[in-house]
Design a protein around this ligand. Sequence first.
Ligand code: MLT
Length: 241
Amino acid sequence: VFHTPELTPDDNVADCAIAIDVLRATSTIATALASGAEAIQVFSDIDKLMYESEGWLPEKRLRAGERGGSKVAGCDLGNSPLDCTADVMGGKRLFISTTNGTRALQKIQASPQVLAAALINRRAIVEHVVQQCPETVWIVNAGWEGSFALEDTVCAGAIAQGLIDALGCSLADITGNDELVGAVALYQQWKDNLLGLFHYASHGKRLLRLNCQSDLKYCAGLDVLDVVPIQREMGVLIQHR
Ligand code: MLT
């Protein structure tokens, strides 16, 4: 089932819940873990992030904050996955708060299994879900302040198509909602030009205005990282091994 955070039930959980924020929080999280971050701790509130990270040795932590696409003053990093290189991330805990992505992750944190997905780690997520074989899967897109986002929807479609291919079934065999069917159709339409789709997306345009062309290009890469960010404890993601 494909949801926005607002339509994700509070009084219910899925066996497996997947948060998507292709531009850019879940792309950044996947990249930071692939580059050797020991864990990612997510916050919706930046003051809470500052307070909770205070107890960590400065050389063991990094603080990343983004609002409206720009870096938050006082943080070490903004939300560019391209800043998450091995020399920057190695052995560090990344404390991160972004406009929508970290809220989507917090919204689903009560589920028994919580994953962070983007286009760059789509195949790894699909393989993990197929192995686990959960009965119910929620795919929750971060969107932008409650509204629909093309880049998250196309990623939800890419994941659903990956599951369909891996299970050797058809879309009709999956008991999804209308949003999921629409997401698969969007992916079919744009799978050979994901970067082109980002140029139509409102947040894609926002990032282009902020000169983040390289981020868009990187985040449009499909199946480039073999990493499964999985929640180990409430709000803390590690790389699944
Ligand atoms: C968000 O959480 O809304 C995004 O990741 C924004 C961004 O591109 O930094």
